[in-house]
Design a protein around this ligand. Structure first.
Ligand SMILES: Nc1ncnc2c1ncn2[C@@H]1O[C@H](COP(=O)(O)OP(=O)(O)OP(=O)(O)O)[C@@H](O)[C@H]1O
Length: 289
């Protein structure tokens, strides 16, 4: 099924009124970034003039290798520092905040290389993602009932999420024993421990076997359908075209195009900068076999 069948075919255009041009205004943006710039030595990795992400959509961030996608994710989520730029989340400025503060504000992210702690159990990995963890030692004896209640609530929430992501049978296994795809599921489940309104997924499908791809896709669309906003970086064009409401194309750190999947497919600049290059790569790989 093509994206347009999935999104428009179901009669749902979640991007009503949005113009397919770089920096276009959205009717209900959850994230708005302005003049975000990051250089490494002489290399400008990110130089985004203006971008808005519409609430309650799946927006894909695509672009060739080295386009600046991960760097932009790191900046927006407080895992790297900008040279300049400001951005708001839910109408509040969050530039300058650190990762945990951004998460507390309601925007969480996963990483390209999953950060599951391999020598901890699946359940303990989930609890690490829990909000406001008191330690027993830090809390002191008189606060013990408070943190015990919080721990019970966190564990209950973790178990519900593990059930949802079909990892419940693995809860006492070491995270290191999970397959690549299961680790992606664990990371997604863990990111939901704080009940965020926006989830940023960095290459959620990379290294995932085809059987789990469908399951991950189902989880991503389910999050959107619950009203959460998903921004994801991905290279697999079938996945991108299949689930995205909107696509933002980055090349050399700049937004060169934005639009619905059908706009992006027809955009000559995108084909030249990215899709053409992808096809060439596929052909080259094919001829080498
Ligand atoms: N910590 C760093 N130090 C120096 N250069 C960096 C650093 N992080 C990223 N870069 C450079 O910034 C540019 C953008 O990198 P980034 O990883 O953001 O691209 P990307 O679009 O995510 O690429 P890919 O699709 O390959 O993951 C690249 O040229 C990269 O080499």
């Amino acid at each position: 099924m093509s994206s347009d069948e999935a999104n428009v075919g179901a009669g749902v255009d979640r991007m009503v009124g949005a113009e397919p041009v770089p920096g276009s205004a959205k009717s209900d943006p959850i994230l708005v970034a302005d003049g975000v710039r990051r250089s490494f030595g002489g290399l400008t990795a990110v130089d985004v003039e203006h971008v808005e992400v519409q609430r309650g959509t799946i927006t894909a961030l695509i672009g060739p290798n080295g386009a600046g996608k991960s760097t932009l994710f790191n900046l927006l989520t407080g895992f790297d520092r900008v040279d300049r730029g400001r951005w708001t989340f839910e109408g509040r400025a969050i530039n300058g905040k650190r990762g945990h503060q951004v998460a507390r504000a309601g925007m969480v992210r996963t990483f390209q290389l999953t950060k599951a702690l391999t020598r901890m159990t699946v359940l303990d990995n989930m609890l690490l993602g829990a909000p406001g963890q008191f330690g027993e030692r830090m809390a002191g004896a008189f606060l013990r009932p408070v943190w015990q209640r919080q721990e019970r609530e966190n564990t209950a929430r973790a178990l519900v999420l593990l059930e949802r992501f079909k990892l419940i049978d693995k809860r006492d296994d070491m995270a290191g024993s999970l397959s690549g795809g299961q680790r992606k599921l664990l990371e997604m489940a863990r990111s939901l421990m704080t009940d965020p309104s926006m989830i940023m997924l960095d290459e959620p499908m990379a290294g995932v076997n085809p059987a789990l791809v469908q399951s991950l896709l189902g989880h991503i669309t389910a999050l959107r359908d619950e009203g959460k906003t998903v921004l994801f970086v991905e290279h697999d064009m079938d996945v991108i075209m299949g689930i995205s409401d909107w696509i933002v194309v980055l090349a050399q750190g700049r937004v060169i195009a934005e639009g619905r999947p059908s706009d992006i497919r027809a955009d000559q600049q995108v084909i030249d900068a990215y899709l053409g290059a992808q096809e060439e790569t596929v052909e080259t790989q094919g001829s080498g076999e």
